[in-house]
Design a binder for this molecule. Structure first.
Ligand code: ADP
Ligand code: MG
Length: 267
């Protein structure tokens, strides 16, 4: 058989996904005397698999994660008082289906960004559209939108995903217009699409962080209305890495962590 011709035909039909596995499949079919229908099913499944992988890769790229971390990479023994059952339940993405919101709150280094991205990736694997934005990305996006008079282009980008992740709310005070944009995003996504926020600031401070927009508290009420709030209280994982690698600390590993690195805020 002329494989070049076959590959060409597959390309024309946009079925190039199965061409990788085809030689092996042909051998398999001959060796096991597979019925034609079974062989056909096998190679079409190969094509589907490749397409699914490509879709996953494309959606992961579109989500613009900072550095993708998965739940498998999460060390549950380190963060022992984290409600693992609740996180596992969240990873089924029922909350995305129900359009409810999620807030991860806690001091720096306890894994909020890690978990937020891991849940985002779980959602992508279930074919949801996800977008990750840090508060810094968000401010930059909205300023750009204004500067280039592209009103609503960025807004649409924030409204479309099934799951929008806004990381580090409160790390930066928002310029007035960014605050208004963000509130509009929250409002329009309310009961319509899921939003996941992380913060190391208590909720009571958020009104101020949003630039004292008059409607801020009313709209935050909406975000919190159906939101699950998970407070993480543990130690910083970054600190763990530090004590493990710091050469000066070699002989004093039993020493408690310096006070400045202790988690300071209680939600
Ligand atoms: P936060 O967003 O709460 O400040 P991060 O999620 O950025 O914290 O965590 C800091 C670093 O430590 C990241 O590289 C993250 O992957 C890692 N990390 C945090 N908690 C854990 C954990 N329980 N298991 C494995 N890695 C963790
Ligand atoms: Mg973070």
């Amino acid at each position: 058989m002329n494989h070049n011709q076959l590959n060409h035909t597959l390309k024309q039909l946009r079925l190039s996904g199965l061409s990788q596995t085809l030689p092996a499949r042909l051998q398999e079919a001959a060796a096991n005397r597979l019925p034609h229908s079974e062989f056909l099913e096998l190679i079409l499944q190969d094509e589907l698999n490749v397409r699914q992988q490509r879709l996953l890769a494309r959606r992961t790229k579109t989500a613009e994660f900072r550095s993708l971390k998965t739940l498998d990479q999460f060390d549950w023994t380190f963060q022992a008082n984290l409600p693992r059952k609740q996180i596992d339940e969240l990873a089924t993405c029922q909350f995305v289906r129900k359009h409810t919101d999620l807030l991860l709150i806690g001091p720096p280094g306890v894994g909020k960004t890690h978990l937020a991205q891991a849940l985002g990736y779980a959602a992508i694997q279930m074919n949801f559209l996800v977008l990750y934005r840090s508060i810094f990305d968000l401010v930059r996006d909205f300023l750009k939108d204004e500067a280039f008079a592209q009103q609503d282009r960025i807004l649409r980008r924030y409204l479309k995903p099934d799951l929008l992740i806004i990381d580090d709310m409160g790390l930066k005070a928002l310029p007035k217009h960014s605050g208004e944009y963000l509130l509009e995003v929250v409002m329009r996504r309310y009961e319509n699409r899921s939003t996941l926020m992380t913060s190391n600031r208590p909720i009571e401070e958020w009104g101020k962080l949003l630039g004292d927009v008059p409607a801020a508290s009313a709209i935050l009420d909406r975000f919190l209305h159906h939101a699950q709030v998970i407070a993480i209280r543990g130690r910083s994982y970054r600190l763990k890495d530090q004590t493990a690698t710091e050469p000066d600390e070699k002989n004093k590993q039993q020493k408690p962590p310096p006070a400045r690195d202790k988690p300071q805020s209680k939600p």
